[in-house]
Ligand binder design. Structure first.
Ligand code: NAD
Length: 362
């Protein structure tokens, strides 16, 4: 069996789907690996490391399995061999043409964002590993944008109180943002609608603000369900009061398959201190703040609103190592007696498989 590791063509994507360590393990298990020249360079993983691990630097596209981070372009997809398997991020809602093209070419495709949220699949969960990196980096870019420092200082040049940081949505990214802001010395608070998240916020030494979470706010897989209008009104009322004296706000609130909930209005931003910064990690699904523009930083009455996009790619080395570990564990799950077997009845493979046997799966 041959696995191809493609170089990313998407502008701004610096990660690579398999790192040399995972490649070495695959080679030891008898798999051939072809790595596209320069595939890991942006992640500080040069070709020599892949060669040392036993891979060849050659065309990955004709391999039986091709792995990459972002979905392929139409031109790349044309290079996939009939009966091969593509493994990459594949946002189904915005990839209808690509999925039809793959089906027409007899290629099977697994979407990495569809790893089910079950304990057995945790080590394959790309959304979680990359959200950890995003939560960390969100605090760093917010801190760099601020005209203040985060820690308390007592010096001969005067005393500086600690900055106040607030994290809205305490899932994987939010909890990492809380931990990072705490390490940098901020006084941190958090809010989430799930009861389990409340405990996790408190266990990280942050305070919990906002309405008491209701026991039924958690849906399948640990995700949140959409809030009723009344619940959202109560959340926003609490946010309006709390945001007024925050220096750094990181927002991460998401509902799978829906636009992100709009929780911070322009009127709320207008009450914030000049110099405050909002980093909106939900920018790609519409943003938690009314003023967010994906990929841009806008300033309103002195408050910067940063529409963060693909932060994991801005930490390409560690993001790639974690991504690679996830992909490697998935490959181990799929490989049976030296070959990949797509068992669509399997509780992990089934939901991930978007294209198979010439058809796009529902
Ligand atoms: P996510 O990215 O979908 O959402 C981020 C957070 O936003 C969630 O914590 C959610 O509760 C919160 N949120 C949604 N609407 C909100 C609102 N109106 N106000 C405030 N917060 C709101 O979720 P995620 O971070 O990827 O995962 C959420 C949880 O899922 C994790 O904390 C974990 O408990 C669970 N999980 C389980 C597995 C597994 O079992 N394999 C893997 C990953 C995550």
């Amino acid at each position: 069996m041959r696995i191809g590791v493609a170089r990313e063509a998407t502008a701004g994507e610096r990660r690579v789907a398999l790192a040399p360590d995972s490649v070495g393990r695959l080679v030891k298990s008898g798999v051939e690996v072809a790595v596209e020249r320069g595939a890991g360079v942006e992640a500080n993983l040069p070709d020599e490391l892949y060669e040392k691990a036993g891979a060849t630097i050659s065309d990955p596209w004709g391999a039986g399995v091709v792995v990459k981070v972002q979905k392929p372009t139409a031109d790349e997809a044309r290079r996939l061999a009939k009966d091969s398997i593509l493994i990459s991020l594949l946002p189904a809602a915005t990839s209808a043409d690509l999925l039809a093209q793959l089906a027409g070419a007899g290629v099977s495709a697994l979407g990495l964002e569809r790893v089910p949220r079950i304990t057995r699949a945790q080590s394959m969960d790309i959304l979680s590993s990359q959200a950890t990196i995003a939560g960390y980096k969100a605090v760093l870019i917010g801190a760099a944008e601020m005209g203040k420092i985060l820690p308390m200082l007592t010096t001969a040049a005067g005393n500086i109180p600690p900055a106040k940081a607030f994290v809205l949505g305490a899932g994987v990214a939010g909890l990492m943002a809380i931990a990072t802001a705490r390490r940098l010395g901020a006084v941190v608070s958090g809010f989430d609608i799930r009861a389990a998240a409340r405990e996790q916020v408190l266990s990280l030494g942050a305070t919990f603000v906002g309405p008491e979470p209701s026991a039924d706010a958690e849906a399948a897989g640990g995700y949140a369900r959409a809030q009723t209008e009344e619940e959202q009104r109560r959340t926003m009322e609490a946010m309006a009061t709390h945001l007024k004296d925050q220096d750094l706000v990181v927002t991460t609130a998401q509902i799978p398959g829906r636009p992100a909930p709009r929780l911070i209005t322009a009127a709320m931003v207008a009450t914030m201190r000049p110099g405050a910064v909002i980093v909106d990690l939900a920018a790609e699904t519409g943003g938690n703040c009314e003023l967010t523009r994906a990929g841009e930083t806008t300033v309103h009455n002195g408050v910067s609103v940063m529409g963060a996009v693909n932060l994991p790619s801005s930490v390409p080395h560690h993001a790639s190592l974690m991504f690679s570990k996830n992909v490697f564990t998935l490959l181990q799950h799929l490989i049976k007696d030296g070959n990949i077997v797509l068992n669509l009845e399997d509780e992990i493979t089934g939901p991930m498989c978007l294209v198979h046997a010439g058809a796009v799966r529902p």
